[in-house]
Design a protein around this ligand. Structure first.
Ligand code: GDP
Ligand code: MG
Length: 166
């Protein structure tokens, strides 16, 4: 298995922390494909099971001005070209307007979406199931994986789930 994973999510949900956790010093930028500044290859992870090429997709946010519309469209195009989308949210904050905006964009996308609920180290386990239900009602996610990128909880399971879509 080998393929492209777009990472999306509001600022500060933990995208960079996750990248550092799974790729760390093994980070390798190696692609002969042209890259735009909007969608950078963040790193490549090779395990016994799969090769994961992670793409940063920062444009999927509510635009502050009209030029932003172009960036959003460009990001949505990227989401349609990868193999799987990893949509990260913050368990500490739960569902909110920022997530809602991204979910609206995801409705234009055919590719599988894995919802990653990060920062589970910050919430009581009882809060997790209702939160999962809330998100599940917003979009038909292909998988939902709670993790702590900071502590490394369940990140191996997330890689396994992503690998199934590559
Ligand atoms: P990004 O903007 O999505 O790339 O978010 P960052 O990776 O920069 O993380 C934003 C903040 O959240 C930093 O202070 C991280 O240390 C913190 N953070 C990231 N992941 C976790 C987590 O799993 N648990 C906790 N408690 N904090 C986290
Ligand atoms: Mg970041």
């Amino acid at each position: 298995h080998s393929g492209f994973i777009a990472i999306i999510g509001r600022p500060n949900v933990g995208k960079s922390t996750f990248m550092n956790r799974v790729i760390g010093e093994k980070i390798a930028i190696m692609s002969d494909k042209p890259q735009t500044t909007r969608n950078k290859i963040q790193g490549v992870l090779t395990t016994d099971d799969a090769q994961y090429v992670f793409i940063d997709t920062p444009g999927v946010h509510k635009p502050k001005h009209r030029l932003g519309d172009f960036m959003v469209q460009s990001a949505v195009n990227t989401l349609n070209e990868v193999d799987v989308i990893m949509f990260m949210v913050n368990a500490d904050e739960g569902y909110g307007k920022g997530d809602e905006y991204i979910i609206e964009r995801l409705k234009q996308v055919q590719n599988p979406v894995v919802l990653v609920i990060n920062k589970i180290d910050e919430v009581h386990p009882d809060e997790l199931l209702p939160m999962i239900d809330t998100y599940r009602q917003k979009l038909d996610f292909d998988d939902i994986v709670p993790i702590s990128a900071l502590e490394g909880n369940n990140t191996d399971e997330l890689l396994t789930v992503l690998g199934r879509h590559l």
